[in-house]
Write a protein that binds this ligand. Structure first.
Ligand SMILES: C[S@@+](CC[C@H](N)C(=O)[O-])C[C@H]1O[C@@H](n2cnc3c(N)ncnc32)[C@H](O)[C@@H]1O
Length: 202
C-alpha cells in the first residue's frame, strides 16, 4: 500500500482508494494472495466478522465470499457507500461510526478484523481492550498492521502491538504474528518495510 497518513480526509480519498493494488484487490493474483491469508486467519465455519475501518469493503467482500457474515464500520460515509455497493446482495451490513467505539450495541462477534487502522487511532491499548470486549468466547482479533516507509516511518511495530495485547490474553489464549513483508503478491510489488498480521485469541 502507499504510505498511510493519519488524519486523512477519507471521504476525499474514497473514490480513488481502490486504485492501490492492495486496496481494491483488482488483480486476480493479489486478490487470491489476500483471500488465502484471510482464510488462514478466520475460523473455518461461517462466523460473524466485525470489519472496523472497513474502507471500501475489500476484505469484507473476501470474508463474505468465504461464507462469513460481515458487519463493516467506517467513519467515512463515502467509504461506506462504496462498501455497500461492493457487497450488494451479500450477507453484510455497513455502519457509519468510530472504529474505537463501534455502534454495535450488545452484539458480539467471532472475529474483529482490522486492516491498516489501529495504528492511527489514539490510545491503541485502550481500543484493543474495547475490541476484546466485543468478542464472543473463543473469538479472535485479526489485526493487519505495519510500519510504512523508511524515511519517515508511520505505523505500529509488531513488537509494540504484541506488548499491548499481552495483558488481554489469558494463559489459555495465544498470539501469532505472521510476517507479510516477504510476499510481494500482497502488495503488488516488493516492499522492505515492516508489514504483518497478528491473530490473537484472548
Ligand atoms: C487505510 S484505510 C483501510 C481500509 C480497509 N481496512 C482496507 O484495509 O482496505 C483506513 C480506513 O479507516 C477509516 N478510519 C480511519 N479512522 C477511523 C475511525 N476512527 N473509525 C472508523 N474508521 C476510521 C478510514 O475512513 C479508512 O476507510
Amino acid at each position: 500500500m502507499s504510505e498511510p497518513v493519519a488524519n486523512y480526509d477519507w471521504d476525499a480519498e474514497a473514490a480513488a482508494f481502490d486504485e492501490e493494488p492492495d486496496h481494491g484487490l483488482r488483480d486476480p493474483e493479489i486478490r487470491r494472495a489476500w483471500a488465502d491469508r484471510l482464510c488462514g486467519w478466520l475460523p473455518a465455519g461461517p462466523a460473524d466478522i466485525l470489519d472496523l475501518g472497513c474502507g471500501t469493503g475489500s476484505l469484507s467482500l473476501l470474508a463474505a465470499e468465504q461464507g462469513h457474515h460481515v458487519t463493516g464500520v467506517d467513519l467515512s460515509p463515502a467509504m461506506i457507500d462504496l462498501a455497500r455497493a461492493k457487497l450488494a446482495g451479500r450477507d453484510a451490513a455497513f455502519l457509519i461510526g468510530d472504529a474505537a467505539a463501534p455502534p454495535v450495541g450488545e452484539q458480539r462477534f467471532d472475529v474483529v478484523l482490522v486492516r491498516h487502522v489501529l495504528w492511527s487511532l489514539p490510545d491503541p491499548a485502550r481500543v484493543l481492550r474495547h475490541w476484546r470486549g466485543l468478542l464472543r468466547p473463543g473469538g479472535r482479533l485479526v489485526l493487519v498492521e505495519g510500519v510504512w516507509g523508511t524515511v519517515s516511518p508511520a505505523g505500529i511495530p509488531a513488537d509494540r502491538l504484541t506488548e499491548f495485547l499481552a495483558p488481554l490474553v489469558s494463559d489459555a489464549g495465544h498470539v501469532r504474528v505472521e510476517r507479510l513483508s516477504d510476499d510481494p503478491l500482497l502488495w503488488g510489488r516488493a516492499v522492505d518495510d515492516e508489514r504483518y498480521a497478528v491473530v490473537a485469541v484472548p
